[in-house]
Design a protein around this ligand. Structure first.
Ligand SMILES: *Cc1c(COP(=O)(O)O)cnc(C)c1O
Length: 338
């Protein structure tokens, strides 16, 4: 199968499978798992934080960050398109008693700084207490400008707020700009990153923060049922995600550009090349095309895409230039017949 639906579908590498089979493990509840400890120490170094926590998922890492920053009745400001507002089941509100204050994302994925300021609530019993601003980088494949991050950090500092990064794909953002991950994460009080997307680990994310924040998050992780025992089996793959898979993301980005250029040549598709900044391509499919039928026809040939009017195609470790060629040939055959 050639699977363009997401980078979450990546298979663990051979090196990961080997490392997992040989990983030294212990009971992580006791802090005894050497592989988890090594992964968390490595993450602290790479992201330049004092504390790190291995979590079951990016959703859990984001939730833990908000629950560690906030108390019941507090509020976080985020984008309307933010994953931790739209795509995490309202977890912060459901489980943390934390209210979201979403703000429209601009075309470049940012949220306007003056709009953030306008939404900060005064200290008054009518209002939830604004505590955190949460940004996302990359957001739908777009890279937030470094200057914007610095401005957002200064804003939160001046208003005595915390700033969180949903950095599920922060490694893509770093590679796309030719900078270190820490150059991005330095602007935040906490950061989540997914090891299980473009970085190919089978399971797991990390939350970074100061020691106090991570201690609180560790407590909530246990409460949420996210504590794991011999988790080093998973952390061993996570370590290789950070040491062996980050630079390789440049290939995914080059493949995404190639894919976008190929798709843009079809009359049935329009592609906004400006949005192709990392490993995602968004394709607008013409009204006369039956997208469900197209999706089925491709699936019959072993090619998986999300069959939507605006379709997101994602490049990753299991997509080669040749896979893209196979897709393009299948599309040409399909449109010449219909
Ligand atoms: C995937 C993703 C998450 C959640 O990660 P899971 O491991 O799927 O829970 C959070 N934020 C963003 C931006 C993501 O893309």
């Amino acid at each position: 199968m050639i699977d363009f639906r997401s980078d979450t579908v990546t298979q663990p590498t051979e090196a990961m499978r080997r490392a997992m089979s040989q990983a030294e493990v212990g009971d992580d509840y006791y802090g005894d798992d050497p592989s988890v400890n090594r992964l968390e120490a490595l993450a602290c170094e790479m992201f330049d934080f004092d504390g790190a926590l291995f979590t079951t998922s990016g959703t859990q890492a984001n939730l833990l960050a908000l629950m560690a920053h906030c108390e019941r009745g507090d509020e976080y400001i985020c984008g309307q398109e933010a994953h931790n507002y739209r795509f995490e089941g309202g977890g912060a509100a459901v489980l943390g008693s934390i209210q979201p204050q979403p703000i429209a994302n601009l075309a470049d994925g940012t949220i306007a700084l003056d709009e953030i300021v306008a939404q900060i609530k005064p200290d008054d019993i009518h209002f939830a207490r604004t505590k955190v601003v949460s940004l996302e980088n990359t957001i739908s494949g777009r890279v937030l400008p470094q200057a914007y991050l610095a401005q957002a950090q200064a804003l939160t500092f001046n208003h005595k707020l915390k700033i969180h990064l949903d950095g599920a794909r922060v490694a893509n953002a770093a590679v796309a700009q030719g900078i270190q991950i820490a150059d991005i994460t330095q602007h935040f009080d906490s950061v989540s990153i997914c090891l299980s997307k473009g970085l190919c680990a089978p399971v797991g994310s990390l939350l970074l923060g100061d020691e106090r924040l991570i201690a609180k998050a560790r407590r909530w992780r246990k409460v949420l049922g996210g504590g794991m025992r011999q988790a080093g089996i998973l952390a061993a793959a996570g370590e290789l995600a950070l040491t062996q898979q980050v630079e390789r993301l440049a290939e995914d980005h080059a493949n995404a550009r190639y894919l976008a250029e190929q798709l843009a040549q079809f009359d049935e598709f329009s592609v906004d090349m400006g949005l192709v900044q990392t490993n995602m391509v968004f394709v607008n499919i013409a009204e006369h095309v039956d997208v469900k039928q197209l999706g089925r026809a491709l699936a019959e040939q072993g090619i998986l895409v999300s069959a939507e009017r605006v379709t997101r195609l994602v490049t990753h470790n299991d997509i080669s230039q040749q896979s893209i060629g196979t897709l393009v040939q299948a599309l040409k055959r399909y449109f010449s017949r219909s």
